[in-house]
Design a protein around this ligand. Structure first.
Ligand code: ZN
Length: 267
């Protein structure tokens, strides 16, 4: 049935529409069984294919990983790897400029319509970049590790700060968590989250010494007990991994395979 969809390598024949030359976002792994045409609010057309693939379970490289999510650096892994969010500031600037323009334009005018379309396209670009980033990172994390522990961020509590709200929604923590959870299911991995009340930045990941609360600007710390110098986020990620794997006495705070209620506090 798939052969009737393809005519040439890069061309496509659609019933009632005819031949089209799409811009391929990726190669199809196998011949598709069906295709759906989608139009978005920025007047872009998308083709969505249904393909069947054999799921191949990849052997993980590591037993486990802890992930610390943040604003400055999107994710820091207990392996020491850091992943920054894509930079959207150029898009942001353009959007704000266009929105000011839009406010001056006459309602119902062609120009206003065009401006609105430009804004929608920029928003789409941001969302595409974000989705791509989150997909790639979650696939990497889940395929490389047998157990994944993520710090559960109380987004609703933090969104009260309006300046932060924008950055948080951009950062896509929630989306990342959902992707990791879904992919863990698919790959047969163990996924768990930690309560955000877990003091992951207050304890030495090497010896367990508790140094207490750290000011946000402190990025590295040397443990008074074992003299190890830690990167703040990496130390947190290592603690997240250890608590997630039950190697810490405070592992009662892990919520394995269960959704955390927002704002809930451990006793
Ligand atoms: Zn220590």
């Amino acid at each position: 049935m798939s052969s009737t969809i393809y005519t040439k390598l890069d061309e496509l024949t659609l019933a009632k529409i005819g031949d089209i030359k799409p811009v391929w976002s990726r190669e199809l792994p196998t011949a598709p069984s069906s295709v759906t045409v989608i139009k978005d609010c920025a007047n872009r057309y998308f083709l969505s294919f249904v393909v069947e693939i054999e799921s191949s379970i990849v052997e993980p490289l590591n037993q486990s990983v802890g992930i610390d999510l943040g604003l400055k650096t999107f994710a820091v892994l207990s392996t020491g790897e850091k992943f920054g969010s894509p930079n959207y500031s150029k898009h942001d600037k353009k959007i704000r400029k266009l929105q000011r323009k839009l406010a001056r334009q006459k309602e119902g005018s062609r120009r206003r319509y065009r401006t609105r379309l430009k804004i929608a396209k920029l928003h789409n670009q941001i969302s595409d970049t974000r989705k791509d980033f989150l997909h790639k990172l979650s696939t990497k994390v889940v395929s490389e590790n047998q157990a994944i522990t993520l710090e559960d961020l109380n987004v609703s509590g933090m969104v009260k700060n309006k300046k932060l709200a924008r950055a948080i929604s951009r950062a896509g923590w929630r989306e990342f968590r959902m992707l990791c959870e879904a992919k863990s299911d698919k790959f047969g991995r163990t996924f768990s989250t930690l309560s955000r009340w877990e003091p992951t930045s207050q304890v030495c990941s090497r010896c367990g010494y508790k140094w207490g609360k750290l000011e946000l600007h402190i990025r590295t710390i040397t443990c008074l007990n074992c003299a190890t110098t830690h990167d703040r986020d990496e130390n947190a990620a290592k603690n997240i991994d250890q608590v997630g794997m039950g190697n810490r006495h405070d592992s009662k705070w892990t919520q394995r395979g269960r959704k955390t209620t927002e704002g809930s506090r451990p006793q």
